[in-house]
Design a protein around this ligand. Structure first.
Ligand code: CTP
Ligand code: MG
Length: 180
């Protein structure tokens, strides 16, 4: 049961980042790098759009806000407290996680382009975990609490599995060109 608690709590905490990352695939509009290259290679590539940042941030922020409101008062608050053991102190915690997730994702694209890996081609490990590291790093700056080492490790194991499952959906609905 202890391990279940760790997994549940970790997933709960990271959920706005998952949300941001998932909704970013509905991105649209001009690429963040404006189509520019650096040393003959795209800075970020066409896979990072302003629309993706907008949708991802909005989705993650709203998701975090929902958790926050559920935890504060009303009939669910006590159930919530019993299950998760704490209340979220900041209504914007979802926004921090979302922005961190998207920043981590863009950092990974930047590194991939520098390595000569084209947009959409895989870089195993990095593709699956970039946004978790980004999200936790930024969230930690604003809300340095909650996540314990065991939970972090749980996320490193569970996230790639969920990511792969999610990518199958994105691929099958033609949102992604590659299956990974
Ligand atoms: N997306 C977007 N804007 C973002 C992030 C993602 O529009 N800021 C959309 C793009 O359509 C992208 C898709 O979500 O193709 C999947 O995201 P991701 O796997 O991160 O991008 P890739 O296309 O694989 O590109 P990269 O190689 O740079 O990771
Ligand atoms: Mg990708």
């Amino acid at each position: 049961m202890w391990i279940l608690g760790v997994i549940l709590h970790a997933l709960y905490y990271i959920s706005p980042a998952y949300c941001a990352n998932a909704f970013a695939v509905f991105g649209f509009g001009p690429p963040v790098d404006g189509g520019r290259s650096w040393r003959g290679k795209r800075i970020l590539g066409d896979g990072k759009t302003w629309g993706g940042l907008l949708i991802g941030t909005t989705a993650g922020t709203l998701f975090g806000l929902m958790w926050y409101l559920l935890s504060q008062s009303g009939p669910l608050a006590q159930v919530y407290y019993n299950v998760f053991d704490f209340r979220i102190p900041d209504p914007l915690f979802g926004m921090y996680l979302a922005l961190g997730a998207l920043a981590g994702d863009m950092t990974a694209s930047f590194v991939k382009r520098r390595l000569g890996i084209e947009r959409g081609r895989p870089l195993w490990g990095v593709d699956q975990l970039d946004f978790v590291f980004g999200a936790l790093a930024i969230a930690y700056l604003f809300v340095p609490t909650f996540i314990i080492p065991e939970e972090f490790i749980a996320l490193l194991i569970i996230t790639p599995l969920m990511h792969l499952a999610g990518n199958q959906i994105a691929y099958l609905s033609n949102r992604k060109k590659e299956r990974w």
